[in-house]
Design a protein. Structure first.
Length: 224
C-alpha cells in the first residue's frame, strides 16, 4: 500500500490511478489529519507527501513520521510545487528518501517509487528484528513466534517493535504512552499495562521476555 498525501484532488486522483496501473495499491488523503488517522490503522510500504498542505504541512508530518519507532523507517518521497533548493535540502535532511518537484510526470513518479522501494529493501536487509523465538519483519509488517505467524493489533505491534529495537532498555509507562500512543502523561497509564498483558498472552511463552521492572516500567530481555 502507498499513501498519497495531496490536497489537489485532480493530482491525487491521477497519482492513485498511475500507481494502481503500475501494480501498486494506493490510498489518497487531502490533509495531515486524515493521513495520520490512517497511519494508526495501516502501515504503508511508502508515503508520497506533498509539502504544501492545509493544517500540518509536509515538513511537520515528516517530522512526526520519523519521530516514532513504528513509522520511522517507512520510505517517504516529498513533492512540492515550490521547487526551491531550500525545501529539497530541508526535506532530505529530515529523512525524506527522495524528492519530486511539481509538475512531474506519472512515469517519473512510478520510476522514483520503484527505485526508493529497491533501495530501502536493500538497506534494511529484510528489516528483520528478533528476540528468542520472536521474529518481526518490519518491511512485511509480520510477526512470527516459534515459526507460526501471529496477528497483533497496531498498538501491540508498535510496542513489540519498540522493545525489539531496544533490547535491554527500560521504558517507563509515560515513555511508552508518548512513543506508541503519541500522548503526554495524563495521569492514566493503565492502557499500557493492559496492552502489555494482551501482547504477552498472544506471544505465549516467549512473551516472558518482556519483563516488568517494578516501580519503573518494562523492558525486553536482552538475548546473549
Amino acid at each position: 500500500m502507498i499513501f498519497c498525501v495531496e490536497d489537489d484532488n485532480a493530482i491525487r486522483d491521477l497519482m492513485i490511478y498511475a500507481l494502481n496501473s503500475a501494480g501498486f495499491q494506493a490510498a489518497g488523503f487531502t490533509d495531515g489529519t486524515a493521513f495520520l488517522d490512517a497511519l494508526k490503522e495501516e502501515r504503508p510500504e511508502l508515503i508520497m507527501l506533498d509539502i504544501m498542505l492545509p493544517g500540518d504541512d509536509g515538513i511537520a508530518l515528516l517530522k512526526k513520521i520519523r519521530s516514532h519507532a513504528a513509522t520511522a523507517d517507512i520510505p517517504v518521497i516529498m513533492a512540492t510545487a515550490k521547487g526551491t533548493e531550500y525545501d529539497k535540502v530541508l526535506g532530505l535532511d529530515l529523512g525524506a528518501d527522495d524528492y519530486l518537484a511539481k509538475p512531474f510526470g506519472m512515469m517519473e513518479m512510478i520510476s522514483r517509487v520503484k527505485a526508493v522501494l529497491r533501495r530501502t529493501t536493500l538497506r534494511d536487509g529484510g528489516s528483520m528484528l528478533q528476540a528468542g523465538q520472536i521474529r518481526m519483519n518490519t518491511a512485511e509488517h509480520t510477526v512470527y513466534v516459534c515459526g507460526s505467524r501471529l496477528e497483533l493489533t497496531l498498538k501491540e505491534y508498535e510496542l513489540l517493535q519498540l522493545f525489539l529495537r531496544h533490547p535491554g532498555k527500560v521504558f517507563t509507562r509515560d515513555q511508552l504512552l508518548e512513543q506508541v500512543w503519541d500522548v503526554a502523561y495524563s495521569g492514566e497509564t493503565r492502557t499500557v499495562d493492559v496492552h502489555i498483558g494482551t501482547l504477552r498472552t498472544k506471544l505465549g511463552r516467549p512473551g516472558d521476555l518482556i519483563k516488568t521492572v517494578r516501580g519503573v516500567g518494562y523492558r525486553m530481555e536482552e538475548q546473549v
